[in-house]
Design a protein. Structure first.
Lengths: 77, 251
């Protein structure tokens, strides 16, 4: 994993810990919403703001919504 | 006037369209209450230059040229504020433009100009700031609308429509963001002694004054005072409301 991806994964981990939705194993194929991690719409907006401010760009504002943890990591790769 | 607090102690306040008129009055109020204030407009004014150079305000004031009808400009402005101060505590959506004339004769350009800044600009700013407030689970947003959004005014159909739209936005955002500690209200000012009232002629202004129980046009300070009330950090239970501040004109 690149340094950038590791930093983004750390941001995601910290966010999911704060909202108490950190799964036992944070894998790239984990679905972000519904029966995956279960982010609701407001939490998704929160994550959008956090990754944009910490990593300079927002994968949620780039046309297609990321569906998995891997989609977010791929955006910054 | 309260004593300015240190930069660490003040709120981070964005006032859109703060280079003149009502917006400048709101910027001045938050600078006087010790807050860190960012504002934007399409062009700089002597008042902005004074805040930039005054040692009492220079390190607590940020100005950027921006056309909020452009989402890219709005996003870049919010990013600049967050880069400088790390957060946004208060957003005052004040930027707006009025074009007057009988609606049947209004041009596409007039309609686009007023809708793009008054509605779309406010939506862009609320989107960019709102998600950062969500991440912090706190914040206050005030949308500056107008009594003409409630009562209408001959020759201001498009402007009135945009201001009524902001009142709808206020109620919707209050419902959408309320569970995360974000308070959203609106202020509907009456007729003020600012450039925005310049489309009204002397007879119209005199008639307005005669019909206003307070017996005068409003000052920016009248509106800024209500902004301060609605954005008090302890105020969390008054939300989704549009407060009419018009000297009693529409009472």
């Amino acid at each position: 994993m690149s340094t950038a991806s590791a930093a983004v994964e750390q941001t995601i981990t910290e966010f999911l810990t704060r909202v108490e939705k950190l799964p036992a194993a944070l894998t790239a194929d984990l679905f972000l919403y519904a029966d995956g991690i279960g982010l609701d719409s407001l939490e998704t907006a929160e994550l959008s703001a956090i990754v944009e401010d910490e990593h300079g760009a927002d994968p949620f504002n780039d046309g297609e919504m990321p569906q998995t943890v891997g989609d977010i990591l791929a955006f910054y790769a | 006037m309260s004593t300015p607090a240190s930069s660490e102690g003040g709120r981070v306040v964005i006032v859109t369209g703060g280079s003149r008129g009502l917006g400048a009055g709101i910027v001045r109020s938050y600078l006087e209450s010790g807050d860190m204030v960012a504002t934007c407009a399409r062009s700089i004014t002597p008042e902005v230059e004074a805040w930039q150079s005054d040692p009492a305000t220079a390190d607590r004031f940020l100005w950027a040229a921006a056309d909020l009808a452009s989402s890219a400009d709005a996003d870049a402005f919010v990013k600049a504020v967050v880069a400088k101060w790390g957060r946004v505590d208060v957003l005052i959506n004040n930027a707006g433009v009025a074009r007057d004339g009988i609606h049947s004769m209004f041009s596409d350009d007039d309609i686009d100009t007023v809708v793009d800044l008054n509605i779309k600009g406010t939506l862009y700013m609320s989107r960019a700031v709102g998600k950062r407030m969500l991440a912090r689970r706190s914040g206050h947003i005030v949308n500056i609308s107008s009594i003409v959004g409630l009562s209408g005014y001959r020759g201001l159909a498009t402007y009135s429509a945009t201001k009524a739209a902001l009142d709808g936005l206020t109620r919707a955002l209050a419902r959408e963001l309320g569970s995360r500690g974000i308070v959203v209200n609106g202020i509907a000012p009456g007729y003020l002694k600012t450039e925005m009232s310049h489309g009204l002629d002397g007879d119209q202004l005199n008639q307005i004054v005669r019909r206003t129980p307070a017996g005068r046009l409003g000052d920016p300070e009248d509106i800024a005072r209500v902004c301060q009330f609605l954005t008090d950090p302890k105020g969390g239970y008054l939300t989704g409301q549009v407060i009419v501040v018009d000297g009693g004109l529409t009472s």
